[in-house]
Design a protein around this ligand. Sequence first.
Ligand SMILES: Nc1ccn([C@@H]2O[C@H](COP(=O)(O)OP(=O)(O)OP(=O)(O)O)[C@@H](O)[C@H]2O)c(=O)n1
Ligand SMILES: O=P(O)(O)OC[C@@H](O)[C@@H](O)[C@@H](O)CO
Length: 449
Amino acid sequence: MESGPPGSSRPTEPGPCLSSQQGADQAASASLQNAAAAQPGRHSLAVAAVLPAGGCGERMGVPTPKQFCPILERPLISYTLQALERVYWIKDIVVAVTGENMEVMKSIIQKYQHKRISLVEAGVTRHRSIFNGLKALAEDQLNCKPSKPEIVIIHDAVRPFVEEDTLLKVVTAAKKHGAAGAIRPLVSTVISPSADGCLDHSLERARHRASEMPQAFLFDVIYEAYQQCSDYDLEFGTECLQLALKYCCTKAKLVEGSPDLWKVTYKRDLYAVESIIKEKISQEICVVTEEDNKYVSHLLEEVLKSELNHVKVASEALCHAGRDLQQIILDQCYNFVCVNVMTSDFQETQKLLSMLEESNLSILYPVVVVSVHFLDFKLVPPSEKMESLMLIREFAKEVKKRNIWLCGLLISYPQDEQKLQESLRQGAIIIASLIKERNSGLIGQLLIA
Ligand SMILES: Nc1ccn([C@@H]2O[C@H](COP(=O)(O)OP(=O)(O)OP(=O)(O)O)[C@@H](O)[C@H]2O)c(=O)n1
Ligand SMILES: O=P(O)(O)OC[C@@H](O)[C@@H](O)[C@@H](O)CO
């Protein structure tokens, strides 16, 4: 079993330097795990995960294997790893990738700072890849520690939306029953065709379910099942729960899963993943300004709130050493509007960009920064400021390297109150679109409300 990339830290317990969000995640995990472990006769479980990621994604119909297809410029598998890493009681995550993708996988682990990841060679089928992952856990010594877990989770690398409570449910059920798997209601009816391609019979949809992931097993059960498995099953099987039943007489407990457990299979699934992630990271906007611009910022904040229902909009002063702003960054707000009034320079915006670059916020998701410039076009014709405003292109090119997506917005700042409200509304509509759509084609552009 190969560890993560050279120089990367071996799987370690999450350190004390967790950001407040990660800390919150760990606290949530601890409470979930304690809840499970608190059950009579329970003790904390040694849990590992195996992620089969050795497929070629034929049904996706693109050259890149789907687990490496980019979502907001980040490979799909990295989202799944992030989902599992947030669950701190999963001690080891074994990913099965083909030899030709081993280096790509190592670079993903390094770039997105994934921890507790080990790599094994995938097999020519999904079952063989999973078996290789189990062998690595059974026979390998991670960090000179016994790596054989009590419970092993098996989860497809192309199912990025898996929550801790679902993982805990299948693990808890597997501890009791030997095996457990997430299921979902069938959307289409299952039919059985006859040899001549006509309908032989259909299954009663209400009495059947779709088998999804995650699944969990007592390690010894599923490892024994794979060791006994026929070549036919290894070659053509698609259901781990069936192997546990067939070779170990273990009847898996079926756990109702959430709607977002689906497997990315076709191209449309990538678009669905991207829109879900965009929705998730556009739920909070921070309007940043200097003290003397608070009035305009507040006006813009109110209009943004009215334009973006359910989105949390807060204002923060850029000064005071950014103490409150630091906390907002730590709490993983991915959208910032920097308000500049009657100026075309970028001093305030650059202060914000520096703070963002110093944080690790944009490692996993692109951070959108809109540098807003209110100008009274009657007093200051835009043409006079255009040259300095176009510097946005250079700034944007620089910070894009840190996954910060910067663009500019020029908003007319008329003296007339009613016209100002109209400008603000136009500006808010553009800001809302930039944040929700996250169109990388607009990076470095100067838009005019
Ligand atoms: N030899 C294989 C085949 C599949 N998988 C993994 O098993 C998961 C679910 O399988 P599937 O959706 O079938 O992936 P692909 O085989 O890549 O897709 P396709 O059948 O369209 O080629 C994926 O994470 C895939 O990478 C694997 O580890 N090893
Ligand atoms: O490799 P395939 O995508 O054909 O099969 C994978 C799925 O069957 C599997 O992930 C769930 O059905 C649970 O077993």
